[in-house]
Write a protein that binds this ligand. Structure first.
Ligand code: SF4
Length: 193
């Protein structure tokens, strides 16, 4: 599933140009809080793996952020195993795949303090409106997106977001978004990455 290689330094830039809102939001939460709870680490960590962040880079990425609020010992004891596990280096040595939209939307609803999930499905309208504004969607586009969400068309809303943020006319998206990885791949194709 992994196609390219990315470094931990590239993640900030890619998150603003090519990440689906669920992953961009997780990235912001990680940078802001220097921590993510288990659901977020799984959703985001497996995604980063899928776009080519290899284990050594992933370890550097998570360690740098988490050790802003905890000692290296605590990180190594409580979190490093989980990261190696996601890469199939611990436990049953399964090479876990990243989550599809269907899985993110329908399972493991985020609670208070969680940042995983799908913004189109799990944010309230005001929070979603603010996020879309922050991510550069103009007010007409935000209205369209909220309308789709109110009709429970979460992945269609994400597709519309893809079009609006990649300057594509309505209906020109190469896909109906079904996987954050697909969103990323199509974005990189369009932006020449
Ligand atoms: Fe992420 Fe899929 Fe939701 Fe888009 S529709 S934000 S890719 S879970």
């Amino acid at each position: 599933q992994v196609t390219g290689n990315i470094t931990s330094e590239q993640v900030d830039g890619l998150s603003t140009t090519s990440f689906s809102p669920c992953m961009r939001n997780l990235h912001q939460a990680l940078r802001g809080n220097h921590h993510l709870r288990h659901g977020g680490r799984m959703q985001y960590g497996l995604f980063l793996k899928s776009i080519g962040l290899h284990l050594d880079e992933a370890m550097r990425f998570w360690r740098t952020e988490f050790t802003r609020i905890m000692g290296a010992d605590k990180f190594d004891k409580s979190y490093a195993y989980n990261i190696r596990h996601n890469y199939g280096k611990e436990g049953k040595r399964t090479d876990y795949s990243s989550y599809s939209c269907a899985k993110i939307i329908t399972s493991n609803n985020p609670g208070v303090g969680d940042h995983h999930g799908c913004p189109f499905r799990h944010f309230d309208a005001e929070h979603l409106r603010q996020k879309m504004y922050e991510y550069g969607v103009a007010s007409g586009g935000i209205k369209e997106i909220i309308g789709l969400v109110q009709g429970n068309q979460f992945q269609v809303a994400c597709t519309r977001y893809f079009e609006l943020t990649h300057k594509l006319p309505q209906g020109a998206s190469p896909m109906i978004v079904s996987h954050p990885r697909q969103f990323y791949d199509e974005s990189r194709k369009l932006l020449g990455g």
